[in-house]
Design a protein around this ligand. Structure first.
Ligand code: FVH
Length: 298
């Protein structure tokens, strides 16, 4: 076993698609890497590349000061690390498992009660991107832990520290995923719609991708309207007009036999926003109907 003064090394707990990529990235950068997974055979390829297979999760935690966890969800993290409770003291626990901000804050307390420094993380990448600068990893929680292990963590991708509140990384992670899932939901509906006329998804992408890229150009203006709460600033396509066009989308979907499950919630919000007086405002005004502290239309 290595001692606590050894910083250039990491233990990786969880060798699913993402955990395996994380462990491989540490190895590729020359960091001594110990791995553990519930299904032990998932370590075989990493062991062949030089990783040490820990027989138990406690052995993995004890092997390095830096302990990176990437499991399915927080319940499985508690379940796995529960067996290593006694050896967590003095460790830096970096939990890259997807979760909610409250779960991250609770886990920070749980780790502190066991004497571990805690950093929560969100991975904005898919496994093949890990180790590349394009892979963004969000961190929040112990700044001391982040500063002390920044060099090892850089092996995984570009790191961004968000602040001392352990819940921040999960919050940003889920917010970015919301943007992604919204885009994919729209894309799926679009493809289903043209698919009713036997247009192949692959063919349609030649139109959809440039269209979506062009529309991202509107996001800075949307952000300006939201931050100033002035939803009428530089309006190009007012909500009243868009709400009328959206009816056509709903009706066309129904008549083409495509479910409106992915698009109906936006329609309901548009109707409510127009009724609330936002018809002349921009689409950005919908945020007033979903956020925590709504304002009345100006
Ligand atoms: N893969 C991705 O594209 C995304 C990218 C962004 C981040 N997510 C999150 O990363 C976490 C792990 O995701 P993953 O892709 O590695 O997931 P799986 O390949 O399904 O591996 C799951 C691992 O969790 C282990 N596990 C499940 N249940 C338990 C349990 N009760 N006790 C101990 N370990 C458990 C599983 O072990 P095994 O089935 O191999 O024995 C895998 O190691 C996740 O939060 C994503 O949201 C990935």
């Amino acid at each position: 076993m290595k001692n606590d003064t050894m910083t250039s090394g990491a233990s990786v707990i969880g060798l699913g698609a993402m955990g395996s990529a994380l462990a491989a990235a540490f190895l590729n950068r020359g960091h001594a890497t110990t791995v553990w997974n519930r299904s032990a055979e998932k370590a075989d390829a990493l062991v062949a590349k030089g990783a040490v297979r820990a027989p138990t999760v406690a052995d993995a935690v004890a092997a390095n000061k830096l302990v990176v966890v990437c499991l399915l969800n927080y319940d499985t993290v508690y379940e796995a690390l529960g067996a290593a409770s006694d050896v967590l003291s003095g460790r830096v626990l970096v939990n890259l498992t997807n979760g909610a901000p409250a779960q991250a804050r609770d886990m920070a307390k749980w780790a502190a009660e066991r004497g571990a420094d805690y950093l929560d993380g969100g991975i904005m990448a898919i496994p093949p991107m890990i180790g590349q600068p394009e892979a963004l990893l969000l961190y929040s929680g112990s700044k001391t832990a982040f500063d002390a292990h920044q060099r090892e963590l850089e092996s995984l991708g570009t790191g961004k520290y968000l602040g001392g509140d352990a819940g921040l990384a999960a919050l940003y992670d889920l917010a970015l995923l919301a943007g992604m899932w919204g885009m994919f939901a729209g894309a799926l509906h679009a493809v289903a719609l043209v698919g009713t006329e036997k247009v192949e998804a692959r063919e349609f992408m030649s139109l959809l991708i440039p269209w979506l890229n062009a529309m991202t150009g509107g996001l800075p203006g949307l952000a300006e309207q939201i931050d100033t709460r002035d939803y009428t600033k530089d309006v190009v396509s007012n909500l009243g007009m868009q709400a009328v066009a959206y009816v056509n989308l709903i009706e066309a979907s129904k008549s083409q036999g495509v479910s409106t499950d992915l698009i109906a919630p936006m329609h309901d919000l548009m109707k409510r926003a127009v009724a609330a007086g936002y018809g002349a405002a921009d689409l950005s005004s919908l945020i007033e109907l979903i956020k925590k502290s709504p304002a009345s239309p100006g």
